[in-house]
Design a protein around this ligand. Structure first.
Ligand SMILES: C[S@@+](CC[C@H](N)C(=O)[O-])C[C@H]1O[C@@H](n2cnc3c(N)ncnc32)[C@H](O)[C@@H]1O
Length: 301
C-alpha cells in the first residue's frame, strides 16, 4: 500500500469513526476515534507518521468502534488508563481510575510532616494511588486494601509493575475488623478514593452506569459516607503523628467529611481542598501528636 493511500484511508476512517461516535453521544468523539484508529493500527505513533496499515485494520476498527458506540469506556476497550506518570492496566468490573484522583498524591506530599515511606491505600480498585506512590517515591512501600477479589488482583498486578516487591494487597472489607491492617501502624500517609455516592444519586454517564461496579460508586448509608467514615476511622488508627489522610469525596461532602474527622478526634489539621475546577473534592486530615497509634509493626514483608 502506498503512503498516500494509507493517508487517504486514515482520513476517511477518522471522519467516519468520529461521526459514528458523535451520533452515539460519546462526549469526545474525535479524540476517541483517534485512539481507536491507533489501536486498530497497532501503533503508539501519531497517525500522520503511519505509512502502512495491518491487513485486519478495517475489521478491527469496526469491532472497536461498535463497542465504543455502545458506550463501553475507551479505557476498557484499550485495556489501559493513564494515571499520573503511569499507564495502568484496567479490567472489566473494576473502577477505572479518573484524572481528578491524581491530585491526592500531590496533597500527600504537601501535607505530611517529615518523610513518606509507609503508605496505605484504602479502597484501591485498580491500585492507581498506591502504584503512583511506588512509582514516584522509590523508597516507599505501599499496603493496599480492597474488598473485591478481581480489583484486589488488579491492584497486585499494577503495584508489582510500578514498584516490584514494594507493594502488598489485603483483600478485606474496611467496614469490619482487619487484624493484618491494624498491625501496620504507624504509617506516614493514608490515601483513599472510596465509594461515596449517596443512594438516591444516579450517575449520568452511560459508561459509569453500565461499567463501574455498584460497590465502587455507592458509599453506603443515607449520605453515602459509610465507607468514607470507615476510612477516616482506619486513618486515625494507622497514622503516625504528622502523618496525613488524603480522601476524595463528592463536591457537596466537604463539610460532612471534615465533621466526621473532627468527631473522631486526634487530627490537628482538617482542610477541604478543591480540585482543579474549584469544586471541594478532598479531605486533608493530619494526625495530631499525643495519642499513640494502635499497631507495632511496620509494613514489613
Ligand atoms: C471509587 S473506587 C476507587 C478505586 C481507586 N482508589 C481509584 O481511585 O481508582 C472504590 C473502590 O473501593 C472498593 N470498596 C468499596 N467498599 C469497600 C469496603 N467496604 N472495603 C474495601 N474496599 C471497598 C470498591 O470495590 C472499589 O474498588
Amino acid at each position: 500500500m502506498q503512503a498516500q493511500e494509507v493517508r487517504t484511508r486514515l482520513r476517511s476512517a477518522l471522519a467516519e469513526t468520529t461521526r459514528r461516535l458523535g451520533e452515539a453521544g460519546v462526549p469526545s468523539p474525535s479524540v476517541d476515534a483517534r485512539a481507536l484508529i491507533a489501536h486498530a493500527a497497532g501503533t503508539e505513533k501519531p497517525l500522520v507518521l503511519l505509512d502502512e496499515l495491518p491487513e485486519a485494520f478495517a475489521e478491527q476498527l469496526e469491532h472497536l468502534t461498535a463497542r465504543r458506540a455502545l458506550r463501553e469506556p475507551l479505557q476498557l476497550i484499550l485495556g489501559r488508563a493513564p494515571f499520573r506518570r503511569l499507564m495502568l492496566d484496567v479490567r472489566p468490573g473494576v473502577f477505572i481510575p479518573r484524572p481528578e484522583t491524581e491530585r491526592a498524591v500531590d496533597l500527600m506530599r504537601e501535607h505530611v510532616e517529615g518523610s513518606v515511606t509507609e503508605v496505605v491505600d484504602l479502597c484501591s480498585g485498580s491500585g492507581a494511588l498506591g502504584a503512583a506512590v511506588l512509582d514516584e517515591l522509590p523508597r516507599s512501600r505501599v499496603l493496599s486494601v480492597e474488598v473485591d477479589p478481581v480489583a484486589a488482583d488488579l491492584t497486585a498486578h499494577n503495584l508489582e509493575r510500578a514498584g516490584p516487591a514494594r507493594g502488598r494487597v489485603l483483600e478485606a472489607d474496611l467496614l469490619g475488623e482487619i487484624p493484618e491492617l491494624a498491625v501496620v501502624a504507624p504509617v506516614d500517609a493514608v490515601l483513599s478514593n472510596p465509594p461515596y455516592i449517596p443512594p438516591e444519586a444516579v450517575p449520568r454517564d452511560a459508561e459509569v452506569l453500565a461499567h463501574d461496579p455498584h460497590r465502587a460508586l455507592f458509599g453506603g448509608g443515607q449520605d453515602g459516607l459509610e465507607v468514607p467514615r470507615a476510612v477516616i476511622a482506619w486513618a486515625h488508627r494507622l497514622l503516625r503523628p504528622g502523618g496525613v489522610l488524603i480522601m476524595e469525596h463528592a463536591d457537596v461532602q466537604g463539610t460532612a467529611a471534615r465533621e466526621a474527622a473532627a468527631g473522631r478526634g486526634g487530627f490537628d489539621l482538617l482542610r477541604t481542598v478543591p480540585d482543579l475546577t474549584g469544586r471541594d473534592r478532598f479531605l486533608v486530615a493530619r494526625r495530631a501528636p499525643g495519642e499513640p497509634t494502635s499497631g507495632s509493626e511496620r509494613l514489613s514483608r
